[in-house]
Design a protein around this ligand. Structure first.
Ligand code: ADP
Ligand code: MN
Ligand code: MN
Ligand code: MN
Length: 354
């Protein structure tokens, strides 16, 4: 593995870690890392435990608990919260039979969350690689990099910053069996994207959250951080923000002539626009006000619009979809730090419950 020479990289002994992780695994015992979303609705937490043997199906993973008062999810008294496993994936960090386990968090009454299935989703996760002082990777310490234009899908040491993180994350997601669709360098220097999909219904949220967890862990190993802020302060000037475009289709939309169903969906999406904007970022729409300005390949936050091949619209019908008269639509409004469970539920509700 290549190592980055970031000045912030922790002087940890990789060879020592390799020595221990390389030991022959125990014949039956495994480590399961339970992952959940904390009270910010944005950040992830995890803790790990041993099982004497590998659970066969997700229902066999025991419900666990954690201290909700330390994660912004409970008051000091009565602080226990439950973790209910919803999906288990091979762990790309520990390898072997070890698992990453995406969990729902439940209050003391064990309120189950509604789990939606049926339609297909694909989400494009944009993010910025930054150092521990939130300074974007590849940016000069003083002043700004050369203007946007040469960074999108770029190749070369003067314009593509942090590919090591991207490639490692891609492989780790593949190992984990996630439906990772692809990756590309983005418009702002240090900014990248990966896509997850297609996924059916609730699986979209499970997979995107686990892929974010893996991304934060990979970055941690390289001594850098990942910002999902849709418009970090240093990028407030003439730089693209970060979104999480959400692609959607039903069987009807994918069938010949499906463009009719795609166009019909616009009415529902328009009707719920203001409601949707409130759940498309974790701060009730405030994050997106900084990003959806109508400039930098975005629509404006307060107006619904749609169009073919138009990246300045709320909803875009990709050119290829218009040409083939079937396929899917792209909701460009969700912020990079959105909760995919809420976004997919909102889209399904807007379109399917007309
Ligand atoms: P863009 O041109 O907007 O940058 P990308 O190539 O980054 O698009 O991402 C395309 C996304 O569309 C992927 O996440 C993929 O899973 C998703 N997608 C493709 N076909 C469908 C479909 N029929 N329904 C839903 N999502 C789809
Ligand atoms: Mn994309
Ligand atoms: Mn993009
Ligand atoms: Mn897109």
């Amino acid at each position: 593995m290549t190592h980055l020479n970031y000045e912030t990289r922790m002087p940890l002994g990789q060879a020592v870690i390799d020595q221990f992780l390389g030991l022959r695994p125990h014949p039956t015992k495994i480590q399961a890392t339970y992952v959940w979303i904390d009270g910010t609705g944005e950040n992830l937490r995890s803790k790990t435990r041993t099982f004497d043997r590998l659970p066969k199906k997700i229902e066999d993973y025991p419900i666990w608990n954690y201290d909700g008062s330390s994660t912004g999810q409970a008051k000091g008294r009565d602080s226990d919260r439950y973790l209910r496993p919803v999906a288990a994936y091979p762990d790309p960090f520990l390898g072997g039979a070890n698992k990453l386990v995406m969990c729902d968090t439940l209050d003391h009454e064990m309120q189950p969350t509604v789990r939606e299935t049926r339609p297909w989703f694909g989400m494009e996760q944009e993010y910025l690689i930054v150092d521990r002082d939130e300074h974007p990777l590849g940016w000069p310490k003083h002043g700004f990099p050369a203007p946007q234009g040469k960074y999108y899908c770029s190749v070369g040491a003067d314009r593509a910053f942090g590919r090591e993180v991207v490639e490692t994350h891609y492989r780790a997601c593949l190992h984990t069996g996630l439906n990772i669709f692809g990756t590309n360098a983005e418009v702002t220097p240090g900014q990248w994207e990966f896509q997850i999909g297609t996924c059916e219904g609730i699986d979209m949220g499970d997979q995107l959250w686990i892929s974010r967890y893996i991304l934060h862990r990979v970055a941690e190993q390289f001594g850098v951080c990942v910002s999902l802020d849709p418009k970090p302060k240093v990028t407030m000037g003439d730089w693209n923000g970060a979104g999480c475009h959400t692609n959607f289709s039903t069987a009807e939309m994918r069938a010949p002539g499906g463009i009719k169903a795609i166009e019909a969906a616009m009415e529902g999406l328009k009707r719920t626009h203001l409601e949707a904007m409130k759940v498309y970022d974790p701060h009730g729409g405030e994050d997106n006000l900084r990003r959806l300005t109508g400039r930098h390949e975005t629509s404006s936050a307060d107006q619904f619009s749609w169009g073919v091949a138009n990246r300045g619209c709320s909803i875009r019908i990709p050119r290829q979809v218009a040409a083939e008269k079937k396929g899917y639509l792209e909701d460009r409004r969700p912020s990079s730090n959105c909760d995919p469970y809420q976004v997919t539920a909102m889209i399904a509700q807007s379109i399917l419950l007309l």
